[in-house]
Design a protein around this ligand. Structure first.
Ligand code: ATP
Ligand code: AMO
Length: 434
């Protein structure tokens, strides 16, 4: 729209054309106010009934909330107006009338349950505190990309229709692919590894992963965003350094660039970018501390996965982001390398927020014979992974990397109760549209 002025840019003395939504109409009798909202904020439009053209007053006060209008008029200073300025209209066009029965109240005066909000995302995102989540999400993705670029990683895009899973067979979505069995990708794991042996050496990807998770939980999605990194000639400790740097860069960008959004979420006082080094605990220490917390009915033993309540107890104990290293080899995937001096210990690591796991990563098995043997040990058929393993015969350097859950990063950063709040159109067991 030519010559449109945003609400936030309207200065006293200007004649402007504004375009946006009718946030609210307040009729006080002789005077009435229409609050117009656009992506930059809200502005008051004043109607003085005795002094204005009757049709104009009728158009302004008869329009339903959330209709799209454009208003042309003069901007004046007005200390009593919410933003200190108001517009006296000369003309008003109703561009798109809204039905008076709204499924959701964008002014936020009437609360809506999450399913109603997700069914009506367009209206839901007219609320400042909801819009803020996605502006922060965009800032995080930008910061992450910039950080990877500073670290000389190249952004890649790998296929999402694939022939094999990588993260355990139960969570795959099968699809048919011209009569052939295929799956939605669970992780770019094998493809990013193939790239460290290419001329690129160091890569990252921000892309979708698909997992047929068995349970509906507040922290699992069936379609999530994975922030992946993989680099040649680094070990798992260097991958942890990169992981920590990327998470810190995301927080710092939000702190620096998103104060307005943090205010909309009521987080301006409590938001803090992590500053110190993330502690690195071994798996053995982790289970000892969980057992000592007394929060679990049963004692954990070597080889157990950490249950959710265990992660929570440990998170409370540690009180900040931290790594868990040196996991038992048997509970890490085939592509993770074991320690050279102890085959029962893997180089796999997880990075945790006090409330949940954010990252898995590790050094990879780059030796062809060991890799193939690892498949057999885990009951997988190395032949169906031939497209991957054969490249390990032609010069595959030692390498390491990680996968960071994009929505979990946003969820924990903003203290959201449900991961679905961090996704525009989440996919879960009940939800396939919108
Ligand atoms: P009536 O006499 O029919 O009640 P009026 O035209 O006299 O209407 P006012 O008494 O001037 O209206 O104002 C009504 C309310 O609106 C008051 O609380 C006043 O503070 C507030 N008000 C008036 N003008 C503005 C303005 N430009 N911006 C914000 N608030 C205003
Ligand atoms: P993993 O399976 O642990 O590791 O996944 C990495 C991170 O992705 C996020 N995540 C999810 N977030 C929301 N809903 C889900 N269903 C979901 N599944 C995973 C989590 C998790 O920590 N290939 C390895 C990574 C690597 O080694 O590089 C992998 O996929 O935050």
């Amino acid at each position: 729209m030519q010559n449109r002025t945003y609400a936030a840019d309207a200065e006293p003395g200007d004649t402007v054309t504004l375009a946006g939504w009718v946030h609210e109409v307040r009729d006080l009798g002789g005077i009435a106010f229409l609050i117009l909202r656009d992506t930059t904020g809200k502005i008051q439009v004043k109607f003085e009934k005795d002094e204005m053209d009757e049709d104009l007053v009728e158009a302004g006060l008869g329009v339903h909330r959330e209709s799209v209008i454009s208003v042309t008029g003069d901007v004046g200073e007005e200390p009593r107006a919410p933003t200190g300025v108001e517009v006296v209209p000369e003309s008003l066009d109703v561009v798109a009338e809204a039905d008076p029965q709204l499924p959701l109240d964008p002014s936020g005066k009437v609360d809506a349950e999450l399913p109603t909000r997700l069914d009506n995302r367009t209206l839901d995102l007219r609320k400042d505190e909801v819009k803020a989540i996605f502006e922060i999400r965009a800032a995080v993705q930008r910061a992450v990309r910039e950080k990877f670029r500073d670290l000389h990683a190249t952004e890649i895009n790998t296929p999402k229709i694939v022939a094999t899973g990588t993260e355990g067979g139960t969570e795959l979505f099968p699809i048919t692919y011209f009569g052939q069995e295929a799956f939605m990708n669970q992780s770019p794991q094998l493809f990013k590894q193939l790239m460290v042996g290419s001329g690129l050496e160091r890569v990252f990807e921000v892309g979708p992963i698909f997992r047929a998770e068995e349970h509906n939980t507040p922290r699992h999605l069936n379609e999530a965003t994975s922030i992946d990194f993989e680099s040649a000639f680094v070990d798992h400790t260097e991958a942890m350094d990169v992981c920590e740097a990327v998470v810190k860069a995301a927080y710092e960008a939000v702190e620096e660039d998103c104060q307005q959004q943090l205010e909309a979420l009521g987080l301006e006082d409590e938001f803090e970018a992590p500053s110190g080094e993330f502690p690195r605990l071994t798996y053995e220490e982790a289970i000892e501390r969980i057992n000592a917390s007394g929060e679990l009915d049963e004692h954990l033993v070597w080889g157990d996965d950490l249950p959710t309540e265990g992660e929570k107890a440990l998170g409370e104990d540690v009180g900040e982001h931290y790594f868990i290293t040196d996991w038992p080899s048997e509970i890490k995937p085939f592509y993770i390398k074991d320690h050279d001096d102890d085959e029962s210990l893997s180089t796999g690591f997880d990075m945790m927020h006090p409330n949940m796991e954010l990252v898995s990563g590790g050094q990879r098995e780059h030796r062809y014979e060991h890799l193939v043997a690892g498949f057999e040990q885990q009951g997988l058929d190395p032949e169906s992974f031939d497209y991957y393993t054969k490249m390990f015969k032609y010069g595959m350097p030692p390498h390491a990397g990680f996968g960071l859950g994009g929505e979990r990063l946003i969820m924990t950063m903003l203290g959201l109760e449900n991961i679905r709040e961090a996704v525009l159109f989440p996919r879960d067991r009940q939800r396939l549209s919108p």
